[in-house]
Design a protein around this ligand. Structure first.
Ligand SMILES: Nc1ncnc2c1ncn2[C@@H]1O[C@H](COP(=O)(O)OP(=O)(O)OP(=O)(O)O)[C@@H](O)[C@H]1O
Ligand SMILES: [Mg+2]
Length: 325
């Protein structure tokens, strides 16, 4: 399995990655609707408002989703705001324990536009997690450039990179990385504490309510279901109101009903708050909630569908792309 290999060549991303979901002292993101600042997370449980296209709908036109776009006060409608995340010609090599080199990302160039939801798909080992980690500033490309919130990250030292992440990025990890000794509420408040901010209990309550876990505030992860843990991880990533939320298989371990709650929550961040969501998934039904589907194989982008598709369409395109890759 591909994750968590020790890699002596890798730069040293923080081991406690809860800090990536860290606070946003300034709210001056160009092109963004007012960020939620942890105070107004979208309530889950309203899939009717955010549901994906049905199985017969093929797609909406590029950039023309069925959802209401958030008002972008800083940019008139005809001006496209700058993408909060840009990867230019990014390659990431990993050295394995056996002394071999694995090309996890191979000359990837992608922008993730403000106020959009992108699904990243591809077979196991195709580079999806590596893409998210590089895009979020948790890992550094071997070659190529990542720009986060308008700041090129290449020459930033670890401290500056950490601050950039804290200001702009939330990350939900494939392995959720909840701290087992802390309650749900304490886990959610952790990014604020790591940033030296005193968590506002009311904001933590609102975050818990937004993910439907008000009655689980004092439960430790071991006393929560997989879906509940997933929702705690999402609330923790959102408590700071990040411009960009990266989520690595946020519905991978969830049943269909709980998946819909989580996907509606993510969709609402985009539609109601103008946040940008980049989500890894293996599931065409989950990807059908996204405005765009990017498919990877062997570290390369093999398909980039810039509009919303039904799950059947995505499944067919995935199969076709993998055959021709
Ligand atoms: N730290 C590491 N050291 C060595 N190889 C690594 C490391 N991390 C990832 N890889 C390799 O890089 C490739 C891409 O891994 P990555 O985790 O990005 O894949 P993925 O698409 O997320 O897979 P999955 O769907 O299984 O999560 C794989 O071949 C993996 O084995
Ligand atoms: Mg992965």
């Amino acid at each position: 399995m591909p994750t968590n290999h020790p890699d002596p060549t890798a730069p040293s991303p923080s081991t406690d990655r809860a800090d990536s979901a860290a606070p946003s002292p300034s709210n001056d993101r160009p092109g963004q609707a007012a960020p939620n600042n942890g105070a107004d997370l979208t309530a889950p449980g309203a899939p009717a408002d955010h549901a994906p296209p049905d199985s017969h709908a093929d797609h909406t036109p590029p950039n023309g989703t069925t959802h209401t776009r958030p008002a972008t006060t800083a940019h008139p409608a005809h001006v496209v705001p700058p993408a909060p995340v840009r990867l230019h010609d990014v390659t990431r090599l990993h050295r394995t324990g056996a002394g071999e080199t694995v090309t996890a990302l191979d000359h990837v160039t992608l922008d993730f536009a403000a106020g959009t939801m992108t699904a990243v798909m591809g077979p196991s080992g195709s580079g999806k997690s590596t893409l998210l980690h590089c895009a979020a500033g948790l890992d550094r490309p071997t070659t190529g450039d990542v720009t986060l919130a308008g700041t090129p990250t290449r020459d930033l030292d670890e401290r500056a990179l950490t601050h950039l992440r804290r200001d702009h990025v939330g990350f939900v990890f494939q392995a959720l990385n909840l701290v087992s000794a802390l309650t749900a509420a304490q886990n959610i408040a952790l990014p604020l504490r790591l940033a030296g901010r005193r968590p506002d209990p009311a904001a933590v309550d609102r975050a818990l309510r937004a993910v439907g876990l008000s009655d689980r505030a004092h439960h430790r992860p071991s006393r929560l279901s997989g879906g509940q843990q997933q929702r705690v991880a999402i609330a923790r990533a959102l408590i700071t109101g990040p411009a960009v939320l990266f989520a690595d298989e946020p519905t991978g371990a969830l049943d269909t009903t709980t998946s819909r709650v989580v996907l509606a929550l993510l969709r609402g961040l985009v539609d109601d708050h103008g946040q940008t969501v980049v989500m890894v998934t293996h599931d065409p039904a989950a990807a059908s909630w996204a405005d765009r589907v990017v498919m990877l194989a062997d570290g390369r982008v093999i398909e980039d569908i810039p509009y919303r598709c039904a799950a059947e369409t995505i499944a067919a395109r995935t199969a076709a792309a993998e055959v021709s890759a």
